[in-house]
Design a binder for this molecule. Structure first.
Ligand code: GAL
Length: 689
């Protein structure tokens, strides 16, 4: 059985760097961790040179000694492959392993993640170090699992080395076979971009106004994702040969230009995430997040993690102030915030929480990225809070393995995410809708999931959801449309926003009536559309008693002729030159219904849909909470566990309408109660009682 994420246990861990500390501290550190309930540590992710100090010379004594100690004191270890930081001897001798900026200037030794995934030499050196480490350490009794590399695609998620151009050509040849097909897919007739030889193709290079062919960039992004996944698989295939039964393979974090879902399916037993909600209070990010929901925005990231692994782990959970010597300046978490952020992770499905890091580093770039302990290592308030978290964990052991429950989902897919990165029109609609749907759901205590579409998925992945939003599926394939049709036909409710279906998989626009492949399902026609401009009068949409303000974009709709039996116009534009034009059309299709809304989902529109479709506040009979609190629900064996999280720095009043058990103290409660500043609660509710 797995030692963590086994459905039976909630476990605490921390990140430890034996190579940063004098050996005489190791035992004391491990014993102190155990004394406060930390049972797992992660080690070695940046320590290549401790195993291969010079090329081809392997020595295992450093970590052998450490693992022996770990075993002696009873500490369990997640061992890492060290490939995020290649040694100086390697990059100096083989500069081709380095990543480069868009102009081909190499990123040199001295920071981290400076390698590229496609260099044949780096792949070979990776194969060797992973083989050596795994074959030596995986059988050690203290080792319980492996982390591959560290934060794949973090720091840089674009690659411009020579090896990347060479590999990009191979990727494109496999995909298109002929240059004719590639030229067509990339629309190279435009601006005379036609390729006549594969060697003329490169990863994107500096172009005037950064306007490289968008269809090419879309394929390039798919290529980066495939490269990163391939690199992780190369490693996990090796580690897999050596791990003991029950041991696991994971990696940490979700980053851009990477299909994290496919990576998880191909190579990892589950995903772990690095959760730093304190970014909301850093110098650079304060403005961005204070306008939204500050640290509560991290729940959006945790929803993403959950979509890759329903039960997951946190490899790095915030335990101190953030800061590098070069950037970021955030305060120390206030009393209660470490617990709040830990329980935020747990509420969304984490059964393993490992704090970053045990001691704060006294050297290098991360001297301000604080761990549990400060430089001196003395006992402090945050250590005390870890002890208290452990006590809480002991009281909630029974929730291990329970699943987050939601009846509303937002559909996503990587083609559209990547298209939106390079198409500012697409980006503008997507940004508003994604953020607003999340915030509307959060404020109204409506649990929500993300579900990722791909061509292999079937409609069963949606069948648990009553209502599914697919805000702006600009790019669509026939397979995805078939899946949506199936979901609706079987009784689901699908809500689509403006700009749906106007591109094909290459990112080119379709020469069809809009919404393209969705015409049949929606019974909608879109004869006209426009962006809204800052100086324009606000566009208003009337939907029964609700008057919605449309932002960013409007599709002016028409009901398709001949579909009157099933389709209904529900909303109209109230002003501008399209007064009286339909803005919302619903169509019943099989057992279900689809709504086409001609604009973006602002918070107001999102709230209106949740309310009118009857999925807003599903637990209002049980709990009444102020907007500033998050509600999350995990379920297991007929029992529901309600997580209430108060992100406010003031106490709040909540109303527990039905009798529930407060798991922290085992006492039943009902009625009004006060939650302290940054307070958390886990309430058990037995539906059958
Ligand atoms: C994470 C990373 C850690 C450490 C931490 C603080 O992104 O995995 O190694 O760098 O951030 O910066």
């Amino acid at each position: 059985m797995r030692k963590i994420l086994n459905g039976n246990q909630m476990v605490l861990g921390t990140c430890y760097y034996p190579e940063h500390w004098p050996e005489h501290l190791w035992e004391e550190d491990l014993r102190r961790m155990l004394a406060c309930g930390i049972k797992v540590i992660r080690i070695a992710e940046f320590a290549w040179s401790k195993i291969e100090p010079t090329e081809g010379e392997f020595t295992y004594t450093f970590f052998d000694k450490f693992l022996e100690l770990a075993e002696k004191v009873g500490m369990q270890v997640i061992f890492c492959t060290p490939t995020a930081t290649p040694p100086a001897w390697l990059t100096e001798k083989y500069p081709e392993v380095l990543n480069a900026n868009i102009d081909g200037v190499l990123y040199r030794h001295g920071a981290r993640r400076h390698y590229n995934y496609n260099s044949p030499i780096y792949r070979e050196k990776t194969r060797i170090i992973v083989e050596k480490s795994a074959s030596h350490y995986a059988s050690h009794p203290a080792v319980i699992g492996w982390q591959i590399d560290n934060e794949i695609n973090c720091e840089k998620d674009v690659f411009y080395s020579e090896s990347d151009s060479a590999a990009f050509r191979v990727f494109l040849r496999e995909k298109y076979e002929t240059l004719e097909k590639l030229n067509r897919a990339w629309g190279t007739n435009f601006w005379n971009q036609t390729y006549t030889d594969w060697e003329e193709i490169h990863v994107p290079r500096t172009t005037y106004s950064d306007s490289t062919n968008p269809h090419e960039v879309l394929d390039y992004t798919r290529f980066i994702s495939a490269s990163a996944r391939g690199y992780v698989k190369l490693q996990s295939d090796i580690v897999r040969k050596y791990i003991k039964p029950g041991d696991f393979i994971t990696t940490n974090g979700l980053f851009g230009n990477l299909d994290n879902h496919k990576m998880r399916e191909e190579s990892l037993d589950f995903m772990t995430y690095d959760s730093y909600p304190n970014f909301a209070y850093t110098k650079e990010d304060y403005e961005r997040f204070s306008r939204t929901m500050q640290d509560r925005m991290w729940s959006k990231n945790l929803m993403e993690v959950r979509s890759t692994s329903p039960v997951f782990g946190i490899m790095e959970q915030q335990s101190g102030a953030n800061g590098w010597n070069t950037r970021m300046a955030a305060p120390t978490p206030k009393p209660g915030q470490m617990t709040l952020w830990t329980m935020q992770s747990v509420a969304h499905g984490a059964d393993f929480i490992s704090f970053f890091r045990w001691r704060t580093c006294t050297m290098g770039t991360e001297i301000y990225w604080h761990g549990i302990l400060d430089y001196s290592g003395r006992d402090n308030r945050r250590l005390q809070e870890v002890k208290d978290i452990y006590k809480k964990f002991q009281s909630i052991q029974q929730i291990a393995g329970s699943r987050y429950m939601a009846q509303v989902a937002v559909l996503k897919d990587y083609d559209n995410i990547w298209d939106a990165q390079l198409d500012v029109w697409h980006q503008d609609v997507e940004k508003v809708s994604q953020q607003s749907l999340f915030i509307a759901a959060q404020k109204s205590h409506t649990p929500m999931d993300y579900v990722y579409m791909d061509d292999e998925k079937t409609s069963t992945s949606l069948s648990d959801y009553t209502v599914v939003f697919y805000p702006h599926p600009t790019i669509l394939s026939p397979d995805r449309v078939r899946m949506l049709e199936e979901y609706v036909a079987q009784g689901g409710t699908l809500v689509l926003g403006c700009r749906s279906g106007y591109k094909d998989m290459t990112g080119q626009c379709v020469m069809d009536r809009l919404p393209g492949l969705l015409q049949n399902l929606t019974a909608v026609d879109i004869p006209e559309y426009t962006r809204t401009c800052p100086g324009d009068e606000p566009v208003l949409i009337r939907w029964e008693d609700d008057l919605l303000k449309a932002e960013v974009f409007t599709d002016q709709l028409a009901a398709q002729g001949g579909r009157e039996k099933t389709s209904r116009i529900l909303g109209m534009y109230e002003n501008c030159y399209f007064t009286g034009t339909p803005a919302l059309i619903s169509n019943s299709y099989g057992e279900g219904r689809v709504y086409y809304y001609g604009s973006v989902f602002t918070e107001q529109a999102a709230e209106t849909f949740l309310r009118k479709l009857g999925v807003k506040k599903p637990y209002k009979e049980l709990l009444e909470l102020p907007e500033g609190c998050e509600l999350a629900v995990r379920e297991k064996d007929g029992k529901q566990y309600f997580f209430v999280l108060n992100y406010k720095k003031e106490p709040v009043q909540i109303h527990v309408r039905r009798r529930m058990k407060n798991l922290y103290d085992g006492i039943d409660l009902q009625g009004w109660m006060q939650m302290e500043a940054y307070g958390t609660l886990v309430l058990e509710y037995n539906r059958n009682m």
